[in-house]
Ligand binder design. Structure first.
Ligand code: NAG
Length: 395
């Protein structure tokens, strides 16, 4: 009787084990705490995170790296691929804390770098770049290191970042460089409006990047789009404080990959320096920006809501007397409304050698100073207007 009862039970247990390990492929989970990480905000947990990553990366099956609640102090961490599986999830309930001494994460590098990985998802978590010391140094005009970007994905593909918060980065918050198929959603970025070089998300040399439902307030561009960005989709983003969403600076180099097929749809800019901007250095280049759509945008007290600046020449070094070689074409501004903080709400200042072409303004209404019509200024820009366009008379 006892034997006949336990036999089905054993079979049931065996089948559960079989199904969970083979059929469902439940991910193996590596908790950073079991590798020695401490949630006290002080103990150096760099080794523990590296080891947890190495094990997840070596796993033949999908793997989780789990970071529980609490503050984990990390120096630079490189999450290197390629891995033996292409389904690694990093689930973060806690906060990763950078060294407050800005000499530690180094100069111009990255604090957290994912390199040559395929199929990595990061969900949740707060990244605290502890940048305030470096900003103070830079703002005082002293000679300071560049600082580190908080999180970079380099030469990677099939990346998802979901529900991540990045605060007080030393330099750029998130960088996507040389990647394919990257989806970011529900990302929050926060740094002071006067923090230098703290771009929110920077995308370059990458294709198929999507940024959705994100809120970015920082001291530089909310999103900056560099050379070689193609098939980029940005939807439902709130920006401010910050310098807006910027394509560029382009054309710094003579030989440079172009920017193509960029969509920004449903965005709100609040009190920012720029709204939607395309910017290139005033110097020779074979670069270009084409097939760009800015759509359904609300501007709230934005200094330069719509701007193309092809005469960018910071500190007047290496460009005076030269003109931009970057060719800008097929740029549509559609359903752009709101208020400008300055009188010139539309400023298209294109290259005298390669005028902008195919600029389309459709249903644009920007006002200035209690509902007065704002002004538009165009140099070397050609295109069409349709629908109600105010300020008009520029193209
Ligand atoms: C433009 O990019 C989007 C993704 O943002 C993509 O779905 C679409 O196919 C691309 N169009 C072309 C012509 O490549």
């Amino acid at each position: 009787m006892a034997y006949r009862k336990s036999c089905p039970l054993v079979l049931a247990l065996l089948s559960v084990i079989f199904y969970s390990s083979v059929v469902l492929a439940v991910p193996v989970s590596y908790n950073v705490v079991s590798f020695g990480a401490k949630a006290d905000g002080e103990t150096d947990s760099t080794e523990a995170f590296s080891t947890a990553w190495s094990q997840a990366c070596a796993s033949e099956n999908p793997a989780d790296v789990y970071v529980p609640a609490g503050r984990f102090y990390l120096r630079q961490v490189v999450f290197n691929g390629p891995c033996n599986n292409n389904a690694i999830r990093i689930r973060i309930d806690g906060t990763l804390v950078a060294p407050s001494n800005y000499m530690v994460p180094g100069n111009g590098g990255n604090w957290l770098l994912f390199s040559a990985v395929n199929g990595v998802t990061i969900s949740g978590g707060i990244l605290d770049g502890q940048g305030t010391g470096l900003w103070a140094c830079k703002n005082s005009g002293k000679n300071c290191p560049d600082g580190a970007s908080t999180l970079q994905f380099s030469n990677s593909k099939n990346i998802v970042v979901s529900g991540l918060t990045s605060i007080n980065s030393q330099m750029f918050h998130i960088v996507v460089n040389g990647c394919n198929n990257v989806k970011m959603q529900g990302v929050k970025i926060a740094a002071s409006g006067d923090s230098p070089n703290t771009d929110g998300i920077h995308v370059q040399l990458s294709s198929g990047v999507t940024i959705l439902n994100s809120k970015i307030g920082t001291g530089d561009d909310c999103i900056s789009i560099g050379p070689g960005a193609t098939n980029l989709w940005i939807e439902n983003v709130a920006c401010g404080p910050g310098h807006g969403i910027s394509i560029g600076s382009l054309g710094k180099d003579q030989i440079e990959a172009g920017v193509q097929n960029i969509t920004v749809t449903t965005a709100i800019f609040t009190g920012t320096q720029n709204g939607v901007r395309i910017k290139s250095w005033g110097r020779p280049s074979n670069g270009f920006a084409r097939s760009i759509l800015f759509q359904h945008v609300l501007m709230v007290n934005v200094q330069n809501p719509i701007v193309i600046d092809q005469n960018y020449c910071p500190s007047n070094e290496g460009c005076p007397g030269q003109v931009s070689g970057v060719k800008i074409s097929d740029v549509t501004y559609q359903d752009i409304h709101g208020t400008s903080a300055t009188q010139v709400a539309v400023n298209l200042d294109c290259s005298s050698m390669y005028p902008c072409s195919g600029i389309r303004l459709q249903d644009v209404k920007l006002t200035y100073n209690n509902n007065q019509a704002a002004q538009a200024s165009c140099n070397h820009a050609a295109g069409t207007t349709s629908g109600f366009v105010q300020p008009a008379g520029c193209l």
